[in-house]
Design a protein around this ligand. Sequence first.
Ligand SMILES: [Zn+2]
Ligand SMILES: [Zn+2]
Length: 90
Amino acid sequence: MCKHEFVFSQGCGANICQGCGLHAHLSFEDGSITQELARCWCGWSYTGGNGRSELWELGEDIEDLMGDDSWLESDYEQSLESWYEQVNDI
Ligand SMILES: [Zn+2]
Ligand SMILES: [Zn+2]
């Protein structure tokens, strides 16, 4: 079992365990877990799936996140394109 060592992530807005990746909200008073998250926009999911697509399917309100995420999408597509180029060269 993981003892959970949480570090706050600005991108996720949650505390993330360095050992197992668990996302949680912690008590400001004693650091105890007040809420364990099931999935996150960074792609993490408690079940090991894709947290982002799970949130999409759940229809989460993402309006205030769209602006921040758009550059991530284009960055991902660019890296995918360069990967394809490398494959074609072989
Ligand atoms: Zn942990
Ligand atoms: Zn996250």
